[in-house]
Design a protein around this ligand. Structure first.
Ligand SMILES: [Zn+2]
Length: 445
């Protein structure tokens, strides 16, 4: 699950540009060979999913004594939800936190690739660049630090001095304040940030703090000014304590900007052009092990892919989702994804909140029918994400592919250290394995 930050660095705009380019490419690709999965006329060429699929009981043990039973189940292509639970354990506990661009993310990609190869897929790992806004700025008084956001145009670095207050920075307010060697606190408003910073710099200040006129944080920029001192913004609810700290020694650290890195998608093909997609992101935020978000989604598609290897099915595990849907955007930019019939994404499948299918409404209705027809007792319904949240299906929607995300509902622990393997509910994971399997089979018919 991607939660959009306070300031979102233009990624949506970039998606828009990529979308147009890919849509044009897709339009030009209309003369391709007939789709393997492209409809009833060609179903004769589809290796139909096994009609005898059974779901192994959840309490069938995986390791140890009954390993042969699991092997037999695997050979017979019987859904085995315990294998999915094991994938969640490996990704979230053995590998742990998997932030974009890290060796842990890469280790997860390798594990996923290995799992899909073992299931008979042709697997490639496709690298792509991504960028990430970061800001580790802070204001520290007497050993206690509060977060700050660096203003664009201010200098990076750390400065220390006595904290003085200069109002909003009007001439009369500046006149009576000795700023040399000091950190100047301004209220936001009236005088532009650049003028506050310029006045403080000219008077010999070592750093500037601008406090918001509302409780929360904000980002600012200094326009054309390139200040030689750090200039940071802090949340309005810090104002009382900062005013209380006037005359104390304060340290300002400005450390923000754009970080670039390399992530990777794991792309698995079962032969032929990609006409149907299963997807899930496998990266996590740095703050936690990403069990529900989204080791569970990966586990679901791995297990469903294992028992449904038919020509035309492609499985993509996306990297760098949490930093701005980079993996799915890279995928649709690099491939003619727009010709696919559908895309099923899974993002969070382990903690039952209000489970929803988000995205294309016609596809959602089809899925719900297939899930019901398969006799799966599922609380799934058509729904939407919380505000400012998104996932990888939107990159496929943007190039014209009917696409949805399966989501197990609100989980307050995502993006925290508490999003751990122990919290994942096996019964919920099983329900999603069964529902996505039923949806895929139904849609492929
Ligand atoms: Zn997330």
């Amino acid at each position: 699950m991607l939660t959009l930050p306070v300031h979102y660095p233009g990624s949506l705009r970039r998606l828009g540009i990529a979308t147009v380019a890919v849509a044009l490419l897709a339009a030009c690709g209309g003369a391709e060979p007939p789709a393997v999965l492209a409809g009833s006329a060609t179903t004769a060429t589809v290796a139909a999913p096994q009609p005898t699929i059974k779901v192994a009981p959840l309490d069938a043990a995986v390791p140890g004594a009954s390993a042969t039973a699991v092997e037999a189940a695997a050979a017979a292509l019987v859904l085995e939800p315990r294998l999915a639970l094991e994938h969640v354990r490996v990704l979230s506990q053995e590998i742990g936190s998997r932030p974009a661009g890290t060796t842990q993310e890469r280790a997860a990609a390798d594990y996923i690739a290995e799992t899909l190869r073992a299931a008979g897929y042709d697997v490639t790992i496709e690298e792509f660049p991504f960028e990430e806004d970061f800001d580790r700025s802070s204001v520290t008084v007497a050993g206690v630090s509060a977060p700050a956001l660096a203003m664009r145009g201010g200098a990076d670095g750390t400065a220390n001095g006595m904290l003085v207050f200069a109002g909003v920075g009007e001439t009369a307010e500046l006149a009576g304040v000795e700023m040399r060697g000091r950190v100047v606190l301004f209220d936001r408003g009236v005088v532009p940030f650049s003028e506050k910073a310029r006045a403080a710099e000219a008077a010999g200040a070592v750093a500037v703090i601008v406090v918001n006129h509302e409780a929360g944080p904000f980002r600012g920029n200094l326009g054309d000014l390139r200040a030689s001192i750090p200039v940071v913004a802090v949340a309005g609810d810090l104002r009382p304590s900062l005013v209380n700290d006037l005359g104390q020694s304060v340290t300002v650290s400005a450390d923000g900007g754009m970080k670039s890195g390399v992530s990777q998608n794991v792309v698995a093909k079962a032969g032929g052009e990609c006409r149907a997609y299963l997807g899930a992101h496998y990266d996590s935020v740095p703050e936690g092990p990403g069990a529900n978000d989204n080791a569970t989604g990966v586990a679901v598609i791995l297990e469903v892919a294992r028992v449904n290897r038919v020509p035309g099915l492609c499985v993509v595990a996306f990297g760098a989702e949490e930093t701005g849907l980079w993996g799915s955007r890279a995928y649709v930019s690099d491939h003619l994804a727009g010709t696919a019939r559908f895309m099923l994404n899974v993002d969070m499948a382990g903690i039952l909140g209000g489970p929803v299918i988000v995205g294309d409404r016609v596809l959602t209705d089809d899925i719900l029918k297939h899930v019901e027809a398969a006799g799966i007792a599922s609380p799934l319904r058509a729904g939407s994400f919380p505000p400012f949240s998104s996932s990888d299906h939107v990159s496929f929607s943007a190039v014209g592919v009917p696409a949805v995300t399966f989501n197990s509902g609100d989980d307050p622990a995502i993006h925290t250290p508490e999003d751990a393997f122990e919290r994942v509910e096996p019964a919920t994971l099983t329900m999603f394995v069964q529902a996505v399997d039923a949806a895929l089979r139904g849609l492929l018919q």
